[in-house]
Design a protein around this ligand. Structure first.
Ligand SMILES: NC(=O)c1ccc[n+]([C@@H]2O[C@H](COP(=O)([O-])OP(=O)(O)OC[C@H]3O[C@@H](n4cnc5c(N)ncnc54)[C@H](OP(=O)(O)O)[C@@H]3O)[C@@H](O)[C@H]2O)c1
Length: 434
């Protein structure tokens, strides 16, 4: 009879209780697939008396998560506390130093400390599984590490934050502005009370940071990521984008150019409405990988929530039960490279620009002159007039392929024109590659 795999769960919130529930509900099926029982030995959270809607009486409760890392009766520690640093980081390190594999959903910790943790996992020949940390129930990490392992990956694009995707989708459906839809998302439980990490693009950046490391064999480098959130997208941008034939999505993007320079960024982008990824709406996530032999691989599904995230956590536990031990980022940690980053100003793309201007003669001519002087040519232009002269109106244009450095210089020069109202112009990339 094979010995059971003994696990400890640190963190019994949304994901942790989901893992307990899934291991119980699918116990037989999991035993058959894993080839052995998976038993919960010990559990830990802050408040022992909190009602979690589950009978946890059969498991040994510990108050300090660190105690799980050194116990002889535990093979695997499942870290579901969250946060980039303590106590999750110390628990992870100590567990691995004590020869235990570790499973986590913690993208923040891996984005900031992934290189050191991968080194530690190799050194102690343990598995560090983090399938649940990117795109919840979508097996994106397995697809890249395993299914696509023979390919040179050229790029990865992801809709990686359900909150942002829900907000942008609802803004399009209802025509309402960002603030109102955010409030509604909070009421429905799709957005946190403090939504900064989601709408500011930080959560997406944590995830694309890990996907970039996996796809390109580089150290995760969170500080090198350029991050723009969705706070400045207004209902008019969504409507104008539709008029031009596009959808606005917050994308995590990692690409390698022909000279080997890496560009990792998070930004709201315009995507042609006919592309499959443009149809990924609501809280759904998508990961699009472009590789040399497999071509375009698009994975979609539920990116967060209790059940999908628990599904990914338990998939990693089953791998460990089966003895599968793939390197953390697909190659041995000592072979991970430090990426050479592409200069942001040298990114070539088409762009969408929106300014608010006084509705008076000559303004468009002044804007056109600035664009011409910076080698930027206009592809499409929409100007809406108000009834009365001199009112404020939006001017929106799309450009032909241009260098970002030139676009940025234009935006600054146009914003300084007397007829252009205060406030940042909206500059969005049009992503033709997805
Ligand atoms: N929620 C999702 O849909 C989702 C999706 C993908 C990834 N993740 C990731 O999964 C992880 C967990 O997220 P979650 O949503 O489940 O969080 P959560 O609901 O806030 O749960 C966190 C748990 O950690 C416990 N905890 C906090 N500080 C602790 C400490 N010092 N010692 C012991 N226990 C402590 C809390 O205890 P108490 O319950 O006693 O307060 C709680 O049970 C995070 O890394 C998150 O980014 C979440």
């Amino acid at each position: 009879m094979t010995t059971p795999l003994r696990i400890a769960i640190a963190g019994l919130g949304t994901v942790g209780t989901g893992v307990v529930r899934l291991l119980a509900e699918n116990k037989e099926l999991i035993r058959t697939r894993a080839g052995r029982d998976i038993e919960i030995t010990a559990i830990c959270a802050r408040d022992k008396n909190r009602d979690r809607g589950l009978d946890l009486g059969a498991y040994d409760w510990v108050d300090n998560p660190q105690a799980l890392a050194t116990r002889d009766d535990i093979d695997v520690v499942v870290e579901l506390i969250g946060g980039s640093d303590e106590p999750a980081l110390a628990l992870t390190k100590t567990a691995m130093q004590n020869g235990k594999s570790l499973v986590t959903a913690n993208k923040a910790m891996l984005a900031h400390h992934g290189a050191a943790l991968a080194m530690m996992a190799d050194e102690h020949t343990v598995m560090l599984g983090f399938e649940a940390s990117v795109a919840g129930g979508i097996p994106a990490i397995k697809a890249i590490k395993d299914g696509l392992s023979a390919n040179t990956i050229r790029s990865v694009y992801g809709i990686l934050n359900g909150t942002c995707n829900y907000i942008l989708t609802e803004m399009r459906r209802t025509g309402h502005d960002f603030v109102g839809i955010l409030k509604q998302a909070q009421e429905k439980g799709y957005a946190e009370a403090d939504p900064t990490f989601d709408i500011g693009g930080i959560d997406t950046a944590h995830k694309i940071c890990l996907l970039a490391a996996l796809c390109f064999g580089t150290h995760p480098d969170f500080d090198a990521i350029s991050i723009t959130g969705i706070e400045k997208i207004n209902a008019e941008d969504i409507e104008f984008a539709e008029d031009f034939g596009y959808r606005i999505k917050l994308l995590g993007i990692a690409t390698k150019d022909d000279h080997g320079a890496l560009s990792v960024r998070v930004e709201p982008c315009l995507i042609d409405q006919s592309r499959p990824i443009a149809a990924v709406d609501d809280v759904y996530n998508a990961v699009l990988i472009q590789s040399d032999f497999a071509g375009r691989t698009l994975l979609t599904g539920r990116g967060a929530g209790q059940a999908p995230t628990a599904s990914a956590v338990v998939a990693d536990i089953i791998d460990i039960a089966k003895g599968i031990k793939l390197p953390v980022f697909g190659v041995a940690a000592k072979h991970l490279n430090t990426a050479r980053n592409a200069a942001p100003e040298d990114i070539y793309a088409r762009y969408y620009l929106r300014f608010t201007v006084q509705d008076k003669p000559g303004t468009i001519a002044d804007i056109s002159a600035i664009l011409r002087d910076h080698n930027v040519s206009i592809k499409g232009l929409i100007q809406r007039s108000r009834d009365e002269d001199g009112g404020l109106v939006p001017v929106v244009m799309t450009t032909h392929r241009s260098r970002y450095g030139d676009i940025s210089a234009c935006a600054t020069a146009i914003a300084a024109l007397p007829a252009v109202s205060d406030g940042d112009p909206c500059v969005l990339r049009i992503t033709d590659e997805v």
